[in-house]
Design a binder for this molecule. Sequence first.
Ligand code: GAP
Length: 514
Amino acid sequence: MAQKEDVFKKIVSHAKEYGFVFPSSEIYDGLGAVYDYGQNGVELKNNIKRYWWESMTLLHENIVGIDSAIFMHPTIWKASGHVDAFNDPLIDNKDSKKRYRADVLIEDEIAKIEEKIDKEVAKAAKRFGDSFDEAMFRQTNGRVLEHQQKRDVLHSRYEKAMNDNDLKELRQIIEDYAIVDPISGTRNWTDVRQFNLMFKTQMGSSADATMDVYLRPETAQGIFVNFLNVQKTGRMRLPFGIAQIGKAFRNEIVARQFIFRMREFEQMEMQFFVRPGEELNYFNYWKEARLKWHKALGMGDEKYRYHDHEKLAHYANAATDIEFQMPFGFKEVEGIHSRTDFDLSQHEKFSGKKIQYFDPELNESYTPYVIETSIGVDRMFLSVLCSSYEEQQLEGGDTRVVLHLPKALAPVKCAILPLVKKDGMPEKAREIMDMLKFDFACQYEEKDSVGKRYRRQDAIGTPFCITIDGQTVEDNTVTLRDRDTMQQERVAISELPRIIGEACSLNNLLKKLV
Ligand code: GAP
């Protein structure tokens, strides 16, 4: 566990050192849970977004995109339920004056018990070696069973309190399990209160004409309120989808785990409108399709799992998360929800406008049902970064840090490196750069030894390094170094676009999805 936390810390500092992610407003000591993307980060992020956007809009003839405004009429958030129910239970410690999410404090307590179980298992595995039967050990070891029972009792109390929205019981659990503030170490807690996560601001300039508006906490509502606009102007027939990528804002109480939980983040959401009664077929279709999208990146099939929701929101009839194995455990990266006709019906009710679809095949009008796929760009970015990061021990005692990024997502596809700054090599290198730059993100580097330049490119995940040497000037060949294997091969300059294109092509990635 400690080792995994160390790796995560290293990933966070690597992200900063190599221009992927910076803390926001850093020269003013930062702003909690807000981050900026640097020169490499923005390219990686844009590639993730392109992969998603094209998988939706190019590969599905019946999915179109929109880009709705962040500000929307405040009644939208009343209709969607966010004004009344988009809350987190919070608790303050009177000594440290720090605020916590009550549910997170309890979840941390559950995680501590699970850690104890894992430690027992790890100890036994070491003791018994190859003959160790983990499943049997977990079922029979007295100490493990004791911890497991404690965990299960706590978990079911916690789950019930959350489902019943029982703030008193959450407070009681914190009391009963003697949960202390990690900073003050005391149990001097306030009551648990509800805290709405939406950011509010005013629109308008004169005091009497201002209106309270919210920064949207999800992009989905921008799609729902444009359902008729898109359906009519695009002459869309059910089933069809509307995709959108955009910023969302949540005043998260607990800012943790780097870009995993942010106050300003980006979502890629798609609402798929279907005939009532057909929604569960489409739910299963999207559940599979979205996992396939993740797995096509080649980051390891074993790093994903579904988490089907047992307790559903009152308007949903199916929901699942796609979780990814982060260094801090399996965590939700994407949600797939069957939201019935809740959102469109609510907007019909609150706006007083009819929001229905006339189905020419059935010759009747109805409110479509909706399957939503919703993925956080930043969480996707984090999963790519975490699974790509590797510290390698090389022969001869040397080490390197390499990002094995999926090649189609890498911020820079190839580095162009003249071996020395003379003998016509820089000029030749520039010629190659001019040939490749229209199709690939290239970086030209001539400073430092070629070994140091290779390391810098490994650290940002550049799939190929092209080295221009004395022979290049004579026969128009270069050495092409592969990031992952570090193998070098001599290839003709004229072959470069084909080789790099095949390896880094987004189209080839998209072709895996059909
Ligand atoms: N429209 C549905 C919706 O917003 P959600 O589960 O609240 O559902 C969807 O959010 C996705 O947005 C999550 O799976 C996660 O990837 C991302 N997300 C949510 N809150 C986030 C936060 N505070 N920071 C970063 N990403 C977040």
